[in-house]
Design a protein. Structure first.
Length: 241
């Protein structure tokens, strides 16, 4: 059975899933966009006596966190009825859902450490965020992205850091999702004219105090492994055809 989460008490049940990058993603969204806002929706699957899956849907982007006891037939029928643009999940779920992945890669993790660098700034103005938006080469309009990231930063469920050279933002990295002492790293980029100087490494290492997960693209595995990240899972993305 899939139950829509409608209040704070029910939302607390989802904390059971804060054991992988997908559950962290869901819990951070839950704090920034609680059920009563009706912007982001959440469901909990209960199979027998067990909580077996959590689902989050935000503007067509769906994240699922599952256990091995999940009822994947029910999930597949539910997702088809719900509608989606993309689904982010564990690679094993793709086979169980009888769907097809359009991309996949390793989930890397680095255990909690102290910050190894404090030579960074945080964006303060809309102009700063617009520089980051261009540096990340984000597809889509600026305003929705700006509104979302600012809300999540203000709610303490995201953290963005930048390095500025000669008055220009030339590198950035973010904890895109934070839940307790766990976080998901992403949106790491360096201006091509400043690459090779260790700027991205410096920013990534500045996030102390969290066990950090990263859904990594295959070409970047070695970059993060040199910083102590280790493979713990495989992620996959499903697009609605």
């Amino acid at each position: 059975m899939l139950k829509l989460i409608e209040n704070k008490e029910e939302a607390e049940l989802l904390e059971e899933f804060c054991e992988d990058s997908f559950g962290i993603n869901i819990l951070s969204m839950l704090k920034a966009y609680p059920p009563e806002m009706d912007i982001c929706r959440y469901w909990l699957q209960i199979t027998g006596d067990y909580m077996t899956a959590a689902v989050c849907s935000y503007e067509g982007e769906v994240v699922i966190s599952t256990t091995l006891k999940a009822d994947f037939e029910e999930l597949r029928e539910f997702l088809d009825a719900l509608g989606y643009n993309n689904i982010l999940c564990q690679a094993r779920d793709v086979v169980s859902l009888e769907m097809f992945a359009c991309g996949c890669g390793q989930v890397l993790r680095k255990e909690k450490t102290d910050s190894q660098n404090d030579a960074y700034e945080k964006p303060e103005t809309a102009s700063d965020y617009e520089e980051v938006y261009k540096l990340l080469d984000i597809k889509g309009e600026f305003d929705p992205w700006f509104t979302d990231i600012c809300r999540r930063i203000n709610c303490g469920t995201a953290d963005m850091r930048v390095i500025r050279k000669e008055g220009k933002i030339v590198a950035t990295a973010s904890l895109l999702h934070i839940a307790g002492d766990k976080a998901v790293l992403g949106a790491v980029a360096t201006d091509k004219e400043y690459r090779g100087q260790g700027l991205a490494t410096s920013l990534v290492n500045s996030f102390g105090g969290y066990t950090v997960y990263l859904r990594c693209l295959p070409a970047l595995n070695s970059f993060y492994e040199r910083m102590g990240y280790k493979c713990v899972d495989v992620w996959a993305e499903i697009k609605n055809r």
